[in-house]
Design a protein around this ligand. Sequence first.
Ligand SMILES: Cc1ncc(COP(=O)(O)O)c(C=O)c1O
Length: 374
Amino acid sequence: MTPPRVVDLVKPEVRGLVAYRAEEPRSGLVKLDANESPFSLPERIRDELLRVMEEVSVNRYPDPTAGRLRSVLAAEHGVVPGQLVLGNGSDELIQLLLLAVGEVGATVLAPVPTFSMYALIARGQGLRFEGVRLGPRFEPDVPVIIEAIERTHPRVVFLATPNNPTGGVFSEAEILKILAAAPGLVVVDEAYGPYAGRTMLPHLVDQERLIILRTLSKIGLAGLRIGYVVTHSSLVAELEKVRLPFNVNAFSQAAAVVLLFHREWIDANVSEVIRERARMAKRLTAIPGVEVYPSQANFILFRTPHPGNEVFEGLFAEGVLVRNLGSVPDLLNCLRVTVGTEEENERFLAALTKVMQQYEGCEVRGGMKKAEVR
Ligand SMILES: Cc1ncc(COP(=O)(O)O)c(C=O)c1O
């Protein structure tokens, strides 16, 4: 008998997936595709950081409990360190949560379109992913979500609020209704929470199945890869059993501690992005034919009246990289732009205006203008 090819040894659930694709860093581009913060470290903070980095013992494993960082984060949120699990980005914690609670065949439910890693990780682990469509303007449709929960009994519900890539939020009352209906865990992913000025943290006290997921990636520290779960210590104890011991490296632990002591810098940048978001949304709305979806995150989703692939390529040719979402169900001709610095946003708006002008005078076919860009 001929031995199987190596790929045939890979689980069918994994072979059926398409890998998450992120753009490689390229210089010279205005990079507005990954919902990062556009602000690099000011010199005074960078110098302080470098001094601390010199002290890191690279020959030793990092603190397996990330004790100092855990304490700093716990104090920030008014919880005890035993309520936190730290991850190599919140991506890793999505994987960890599903590893801990997702028996094969169990259902993971999330309103869609949403962050693609929920479905990717669930399916890779042999779980069933149930996507429940958001409303026509991507607003939450709670009765539909509750109907789906009652039908599928999900082990885990993910609610990203603000949601990526649509930018909308679930109100506190909506989340509580979903919690009341859900038989399993409800993970409220607050990756973009700081840009909406809201959190479900106060509800941890009386909601046993609530898990808050947070990250430092969207508030200026994406390179460190630090995410964390805040929940009840009893669940933390279980999650710790499947967490790999040294998942947060020594440099990231030390750097995050230093940088979180500069909260004023982080908060000022968040405020600046919120201001820019409002300005950008207004300018985008003024471009004829562009449909802008309301956002409380650090990005804006918009739909163009022209083929999204062409608009994406047109922006790229002008040196601006955004996220092309046209292949995602319900997001035909949709692009997502991260809010950058004022200068970057101006470059984006100028590029988009130029690309859109190239269609002027083209005939309109079936409600959509002709495909070629001049
Ligand atoms: C809703 C949401 N959750 C989680 C993440 C993962 O963030 P990270 O792994 O960088 O912490 C992202 C990243 O884009 C996101 O959009």
